[in-house]
Design a protein around this ligand. Structure first.
Ligand code: ZN
Length: 672
């Protein structure tokens, strides 16, 4: 799994829970929430730092964003062969509608459907893969089609009508159920007129299993039959999707003129070569160059990348993300990594289990400038590419977190009622408002850059000794390292935080989540299974129990609702340190029994009564399970005689419908 998607239900909710409030004083003038329909909330994100970039970097980004949006129709067509026609038809009906837009229930249901189709980049839900169900009537639809000008009436209206109204027709975008022909039962357009067996035989014959550096077979092709023979139609200039790819290439050429350095220019040129030839070897060469480009401020992904939507896992969905390095946030991770040895030497674990020489990992933090294709409107918050295993092993990978996207999630969660429901103490709510965003980021940095990298095994200890409990205990170790140091004056000394109180916001939220709010993601009657959830529960339950004599953490109730109070933060920090020492011992000695007992005692079992209460309280909050984004808009500023771009302006005023309509109008290279 190379992309961390957050629009999946669980993860979207994690974000709501983990960082539900934050500093918002500076953002009162910025509306993060753009639209809300069905199970979706659409947000917008800021691109802080864009204005301060040099004109050349802005131009580079501008052309890369144009290259990004230019590929939009490719993904629509990959998702289903009727998507582009259907989108045109729906948009025509929307524009042509003559009735009362505010009052007509049928029209409103139609708009909801259109918004869903836009969000899914087609007729299927981006996550569940199920086809959207229209809530407007067949009569309404027929009348609207009839009212269209003759030249806008599709010839195959019967098929398109069936696509909308027949639930059994093209029901599932991707079918993964064993025992069926996955190609025949999937509605994607990656295969046409071939059976699963034919495709499997075709690739089996093509693949050289002794090749240690294989290309990603099928990544950029649709498989079909010509004259009874299985063939691949390649996505390339002069091949399938040529019109869209030509436009991508044209913008990449312009972008290459403003490349920051020769390395970056060679990355762009190699990508152009790949799009022009369709040669997968060129794509591997491009990926290797891309991984090696760590010095440029601006970076981008553009291509056929993730293959989750291919029932056979081969063809990449088209996507693009353009971004630039967030220097402040990356400075934060550099400071932390640069002081890794100090943290290691002062950690509350037995010196025998400490690393003598520790090297922190530096994570790059980026700012997204545009999201496109498979990354739009639903988008990842982290990226780790390339996907080819042999390239990762030989050349490494780039791992980034997209902080302006996580920031938008955080900001938008403000005021969703979560805190009012679960944090009754207004002083704590204010502290969370002020410090949760920065302490969340610091927690992540400490966890990733130091926590996982710290400690060592005693000689001869099997790294897999903790078996099934290994990942829960490893996550607990990293979290405890982060929690322990969040309260350390060293962070103030390093200039990473300005208040000795800030950590309390993180402690409170962490315990609240571990003991209570994360339970809403578990189905009634089930245990906690997922490693990160188990780890949070383990830490929180252990601290609750060990601190019980001094009432470090306590439950209380108001009107039958359960709440939490932390009475002694310093003592809680000591408990975190103590547990870190014990879990490090378990890991260093490979003490399987102690690890298993700890996980079983604290991390798994759910109190059914509290569980029911949390689910019930959460259900009363109006929190959308899925979220996505509209992009900012980039407008070039030309010189006096209109021959050259001298600057690029960014604006955030577009709404969801407006952006979708504009993209369809200006970037429809494949639709009719
Ligand atoms: Zn981790």
């Amino acid at each position: 799994m190379s992309v961390l998607k957050t629009t999946v239900m669980g993860a979207a909710l994690t974000i709501s829970i983990s960082t539900n409030v934050m500093a918002s004083d500076s953002n009162k003038d910025f509306d993060y929430v753009v639209d809300r329909f069905a199970d979706v909330e659409v947000l917008r994100y800021k691109v802080p730092g864009f204005e301060e970039l040099s004109p050349d970097r802005k131009k580079l980004i501008y052309y890369l964003t144009e290259a990004a949006i230019s590929g939009r129709d490719i993904l629509w067509d990959q998702n289903n062969k009727y998507n582009l026609q259907l989108r045109s038809l729906l948009e025509d009906i929307y524009a042509n509608y003559k009735g009362d837009r505010m009052a007509d229930k049928e029209f409103k249901a139609f708009v909801k459907y259109l918004k869903q189709v836009w969000f899914g980049n087609g007729i299927h839900h981006h996550y569940s893969m199920d086809k959207f169900v229209p809530e407007f009537s067949r009569e309404f639809f027929d009348a609207q089609v009839k009212a269209l000008p003759d030249d806008r009436k599709p010839e195959n209206i019967d098929v398109l009508t069936r696509v909308i109204f027949d639930p059994a027709f093209m029901a599932k975008k991707v079918n993964q159920a064993e025992g069926q022909d996955l190609i025949a039962t999937s509605a994607t357009n990656l295969y046409d007129g071939v059976t699963q067996k034919e495709v499997e035989d075709y690739y089996a014959a093509l693949k050289d299993t002794t090749d240690m550096t294989p290309v990603s077979y099928g990544l950029n092709t649709r498989v079909t039959k010509e004259g009874g023979k299985v063939v691949e139609q390649t996505y390339k200039v002069g091949g399938l999707y040529s019109k869209a790819i030509e436009r991508i290439v044209d913008n990449l050429r312009k972008a290459a003129l403003y490349a920051e350095n020769d390395t970056q220019r060679s990355v762009i040129n190699k990508l152009i070569e790949y799009y022009t030839t369709g040669d997968l070897k060129a794509f591997d060469d491009y990926s290797i160059l891309w991984v090696g480009d760590t010095g440029s401020r601006v970076d981008f992904i553009n291509g056929f990348i993730e293959s989750y939507d291919d029932p056979l896992g081969m063809t990449g969905n088209w996507e693009s993300i353009v971004n630039f390095k967030n220097l402040d946030a990356s400075h934060r991770t550099e400071v932390i990594s640069g002081n890794a040895q100090w943290f290691e030497c002062n950690s509350p674990v037995d010196p025998r289990f400490r690393k003598e020489e520790v090297k922190g990992v530096t994570a790059k933090v980026i700012t997204a400038a545009i999201l496109a294709g498979d990354a739009y409107p639903s988008t990842p918050i982290g990226i780790n590419l390339p996907n080819a295993n042999w390239i990762r092993a030989a050349h490494g990978s780039k791992s980034v977190t997209i902080e302006n996207i996580t920031q938008a999630y955080d900001e938008a969660s403000h005021g969703n009622g979560f805190n009012e429901e679960f944090v009754p103490d207004t002083a704590m709510r204010e502290l969370m408002d002020k410090y949760l965003f920065i302490t969340d980021n610091l927690h992540t940095d400490l966890h990733e850059c130091l926590g996982h990298a710290s400690g060592r095994l005693l000689p001869g200890v099997d790294p897999d000794a903790l078996k099934a409990h290994g990942s829960t205990l490893e996550e607990a170790r990293a979290d405890l390292f982060a929690l322990y140091y969040l309260a350390d004056p060293k962070l103030i000394e390093l200039g990473l935080i300005d208040s000795p109180e800030a950590y309390k916001a993180q402690y409170y939220k962490y315990i609240l989540n571990g003991l209570m709010t994360q339970l809403m993601r578990i189905e009634p009657g089930k245990d906690v299974e997922e490693a990160h959830m188990r780890n949070r529960k383990l830490i929180s339950e252990w601290a609750l129990e060990k601190g019980a004599p001094e009432k470090v953490i306590e439950y209380y109730t108001i009107d039958g609702k359960t709440y939490l109070r932390i009475n002694d933060y310093e003592r809680l920090r000591q408990l975190f340190g103590q547990l870190l020492g014990e879990i490090q011992r378990i890991k260093s000695e490979g003490d399987y029994e102690a690890g298993r007992d700890m996980v079983e005692a604290y991390a798994v079992k759910v109190d059914p009564k509290l569980h029911r209460e949390i689910i019930d309280r959460y259900s009363h909050l109006d929190i959308a399970p899925y979220r996505g984004f509209v992009n900012p808009r980039y407008t070039p500023v030309y010189n006096a005689d209109n021959t050259e771009i001298i600057d690029v302006n960014i604006s955030y005023d577009e709404d969801y419908i407006g952006q979708m309509q504009r993209y369809s109008k200006e970037y429809s290279s494949l639709s009719k």
